[in-house]
Ligand binder design. Structure first.
Ligand code: 5MM
Length: 345
C-alpha cells in the first residue's frame, strides 16, 4: 500500500459519522494525578488494567473508531498476552499514539509553552507503525490572559504542529493536530473567541506552508467557552455558536473531521456542546469527539482499581461513549442522562 493509500484508509475510519476517538494517552504524570484524585494507586499494572477495562467494554467499538495510546500502553500486552494495538485491531478499532514529549517553557515569553518532541520523530514513527499505530497526536497549549496568547507562542506552536503533521504524513501516519486554548482562567467566552481565532488561523497557515494534505488530518481543537473561573458562564447555545463561527472562519472544508477535546468541561457539558454543534446546518466537516476526561471520569471513579467494579465501570464508560456518539449526530437529549442506556443498542 502506498503512503497515500494508508492515509486514506485511516482517515476514512476516523471520520466515520457517529464515531469518535477515545483519548487514553495520558502520560504517566497525568494519569497518576487522575488516579490519585480518586484514590487509585498508579503502577504500570494498574494503568494497564484500567486501559484494558476500557477497551474491553462491550459495544465500545460501535461508538469509538480509534484510541490514542501513550507509548507505555503501546508496548504493553493485555492480560491475555495480546499487544494493545492488536487487541484493538481485533475489535475493528485503530490504534493511535501520542508522539509529543510534552510542554517546555517558550523562551522570551511570560509563562507560555511550546511542545517538544520533533527530534527523532521519523524514527519513532517507524517504530510505532511497526507496532500497529496508524495515527498520531501532538498537543499544543495556549493560555488566555491580558497578554497571552502572545504572537510568539501562536507562531511557534503553529510551526511545530505543522512540522509534526508533515513528518507524520510522510510516514503514512494520520496526524491529529491539537491546538488547545486552555479553559483555565476567568476570561469570558468573547475573550476565548478572540484568542482562538488567531490560534487556529496560524495553525492552518503553517499547515499550508508545510504542504500538509488537509484531507488526511484530524483537527482536535478546544471549544470556544468561558473560563473555568469566569463570573459569566456561557450557555450551551453560546458555546456551540461561537465554536462553529470560529471554526468556519479558520478551518478549510478539505479537513474531513474535527474531533474536540473536552479540556476540563464536565462530561455532560462536553456532550451537550457537541450535540448542539451537530444540529447546525451545512457543517462542512464531520464533527465528533476525542475526549479523555469527558469519556473516562465516571468510569475511573467507579472502577477504583477493583476487579469487582469492572462491569459497573464499563457500563459508565459505554454510557458516555454512546451519548457522545449520539451527540456526534446531533441526536443527544439531556433527558438521556437519566436513562439506563449503557446497554448496547
Ligand atoms: C487536552 O487533553 C487531551 C484531551 O483530553 P480531555 O478531553 O480530557 O481534555 C488529551 O488527549 C491529552 O492530550 C492527553 O491526556 C495527554 O496529556 P498529557 O498531559 O499527559 O500530555
Amino acid at each position: 500500500m502506498s503512503v497515500m493509500q494508508e492515509l486514506a484508509a485511516t482517515i476514512s475510519v476516523l471520520s466515520s459519522r457517529g464515531k469518535g476517538i477515545l483519548a487514553a494517552d495520558e502520560s504517566t504524570p497525568t494519569i497518576t494525578k487522575r488516579f490519585q484524585a480518586v484514590g487509585i494507586e498508579s503502577t504500570e499494572d494498574t494503568r494497564r488494567a484500567y486501559r484494558e477495562m476500557l477497551i474491553n467494554a462491550p459495544g465500545f467499538n460501535q461508538y469509538v473508531a480509534g484510541v490514542i495510546l501513550f507509548e507505555e500502553t503501546l508496548n504493553q500486552t493485555t492480560s491475555k498476552g495480546v499487544p494493545f494495538a492488536q487487541a484493538l485491531k481485533g475489535l475493528g478499532v485503530l490504534a493511535g499514539i501520542k508522539v509529543d514529549k510534552g510542554l517546555v517553557h517558550l523562551a522570551n515569553t511570560v509563562d507560555e509553552n511550546v511542545t517538544q518532541g520533533l527530534d527523532g520523530l521519523p524514527e519513532r514513527l517507524a517504530e510505532y507503525k511497526a507496532k500497529g499505530a496508524s495515527f498520531a497526536k501532538w498537543r499544543a497549549t495556549y493560555t488566555i490572559s491580558a497578554t497571552t496568547p502572545s504572537q510568539l507562542a501562536i507562531d511557534t506552536n503553529a510551526e511545530v504542529l505543522a512540522r509534526y503533521a508533515a513528518i507524520c504524513q510522510e510516514a503514512g501516519i494520520v496526524p491529529i493536530v491539537e491546538p488547545e486554548v486552555l479553559i483555565d482562567g476567568e476570561h469570558t467566552i468573547e475573550q476565548c473567541e478572540a484568542a482562538s481565532l488567531p490560534v487556529f488561523q496560524a495553525v492552518f497557515d503553517a499547515l499550508y506552508r508545510h504542504k500538509v494534505k488537509l484531507e488526511y488530518i484530524v483537527l482536535k481543537p478546544s471549544m470556544v467557552i468561558s473560563g473555568k473561573g469566569s463570573a459569566q458562564k456561557a450557555t450551551v447555545a453560546q458555546v456551540a455558536e461561537a465554536t462553529v463561527r470560529v471554526l468556519r472562519r479558520t478551518v478549510p472544508a478539505a479537513v474531513p473531521t474535527i474531533n474536540f477535546l473536552s479540556g476540563g468541561q464536565s462530561s455532560e457539558q462536553a456532550t451537550a456542546h457537541l450535540s448542539l454543534m451537530n444540529q447546525t446546518s451545512n457543517l462542512p466537516w464531520n464533527v465528533s469527539f476525542s475526549y479523555a476526561r469527558a469519556l473516562q471520569d465516571y468510569a475511573m471513579k467507579t472502577w477504583q482499581g477493583q476487579s469487582a467494579n469492572v462491569e459497573a465501570a464499563q457500563k459508565a464508560f459505554i454510557k458516555r461513549a454512546r451519548l457522545n456518539s449520539l451527540a456526534a449526530k446531533g441526536e443527544y437529549k439531556e433527558s438521556m442522562e437519566k436513562e439506563d442506556i449503557s446497554l448496547v443498542a
